[in-house]
Design a protein around this ligand. Sequence first.
Ligand SMILES: *Cc1c(COP(=O)(O)O)cnc(C)c1O
Length: 669
Amino acid sequence: MENSKLVSEFLSLVDVENFDTDYYRNISDGKYFGMPLKSIIDSEKRLCLESEKRIAYFSMEYGSATSFYNKFSSNIPVDERNMSQEQEVFSNFRLADYFFALNLNNIIDLPIYSGGLGVLAGDTAKTMADYRLPVACVGMLWSAGYFRQKFWFKYGQAPEQMRWHLGSYPGLIPFKNRVKIYLKNEEVTLKLWKYYVYNYAHDYAIPLILLDSNIEPNSDRAHRLTDQLYRSDNVWIKALQRIILGKGGVAALDGLGYNIDTFHLNEGHAVFAFIEKARGKTPEEVDDLRKHFVYTCHTPVQAGHDKFSYDNLSKVLKKEDLDIAYNFGKDSGGVVNLTLLAMNVSRVINTVSLNHQKVMHIQFPAYKENIKYVTNGVHPHTWISENYKQVFDNFTSAFGDVKANPMALEKALTLKDNQKFRADVWQAHQANKDVLCNFLDKWKLDQNIFTICWARRIAAYKRPSLILQDINRLLDIAKRIGPIQIIFAGKAHPADDLGFTYINQILDKVDGLTNVYDYLKVIMLENYEIYLAKMLTSGVDVWLNNPLPPFEASGTSGMKAILNGVIQISTFDGWVAEAADKEIGKIFGYRNEEGKIGDEYNLHIQDDAQKLYASLEEIVDLYYKTNLHGKVDLNSQWIDYMINCIACAGHFNTYRMLDEYKKIIWGRK
Ligand SMILES: *Cc1c(COP(=O)(O)O)cnc(C)c1O
């Protein structure tokens, strides 16, 4: 009885489509796909209360991996399309590549992200839930995901269409409500979906509203607008995807009765939300609206700032919308720049690291006052491995309850002289490395061989193949000092020719190394996704991060690594610049001059490759002095580095980040 009351209360708040035919199977007995239904009811009620200062967080992409966090269960069989598929490996051990493939048999990540920006948005949503905030997240339901990555030797990356099944993805539900947005010559109807992001304790859950244009009565073109993330076939599709997120998102929030106080634009993509809110308002009212918008900018690279000509926008936007976009967003060249637009309509802007703030102050001096910085973080409960959780739980006298207060990881420094802690940290690391070695067992990775990883989105400024520039130098280090295992992973945007070239370069170099496998193993993995990120960031000895300064606004994958005691070799860029004096590994390479940005196309490859080898040589040497064929020297400086990393993770996490959002971004004086 009590339970059916919960279900009717839920249904009175959340208007689920096909409840009686489908969803009743997973929303019953007080449960929502295996999680407590009451948590949703609590947060949905709060989102309708006028007394709450409600926040809407807009992002084009969200990364979350149901396979290990926010784990939903389902009473209907999961469609095969929602399960991970086999994928290949490209290594210099060709025989293994030929005979074996990898498969985790996991439910796939909700396929609505492409890389770091989405993972950050997902981590932010999870932390907002942990903080029990009255927040609604808004995003897009990409029915064809981003893309599935295949490699072909002698060719490179061959993107394939990704297919998944929305109707049976656990935790995802459709709404009866439809909302409309009005464009120049058409109306686009949007179906709404919701996915709930639970907190760690599962007693609170925030809604992620997802917009879907793939329904009647939309035109054929409009049907496809929400199929593939970052489709770039033509400029109108690019503009329309952004218009749907912003305008459609506002229409959805209104339709759901959430009266929002603060609109947080995660990237300029979502800025059309302002235009939707501004429609029909007087200039004074429009000016007042700016108090309710805040904007997080994520990149200094050119490709990150969307620009649309007046002409192109005039083909899709109504005159009134176009005027607002033009008034607030035209740059000196007369085109609408979404970064500028977002800055002009926001009360406060934040960059994602201190270094990034310096860059933006140079790029946009007129906005200096409004451009603050809040360094990114990662969600600790997602990224701490079970083995490290155990270590922290064993030292509650120093850490207290890390689950409740991840900032306490800073206390790791007080345990530096504790032999048991040093031993546990090393052992937990070896156990994580073991997981990775087992996953790749056919490639005969060795737990006691130095292992380094470069994995992230493939983009020119991130310099993916830097470590392969001088193969002879690399081989010399491996032969002289000790063997090396290198793992690569990452997707290049299908329209990014330079990215494609990088993948080609890596595959080509790997192809040329077939007879040195005894001391240099190089492995390239397809489809870098969150479950792989978790295994790699926790399972290798060193995380390699070599972007060209100052173009990595923050970077977050290294933060996942330090949470697991994985040390860094990095350039002085993004978040690492703020931790450079903390001895978390080696900082190397070119630095931009203070006060100058430099040229994002002058990559300093040759010089920086040599500097990278110098750092690598020292680190490999230290590694083999620390780990002598499995016999470990616990007093080694290596363990100090690991402990420094853990201590730093007390700062570079989303708990600290949200505390700063509250103070610097959302707080209003
Ligand atoms: C964390 C993460 C990224 C971001 O990596 P950076 O090094 O910050 O660029 C990209 N992709 C996935 C799958 C991730 O988990």
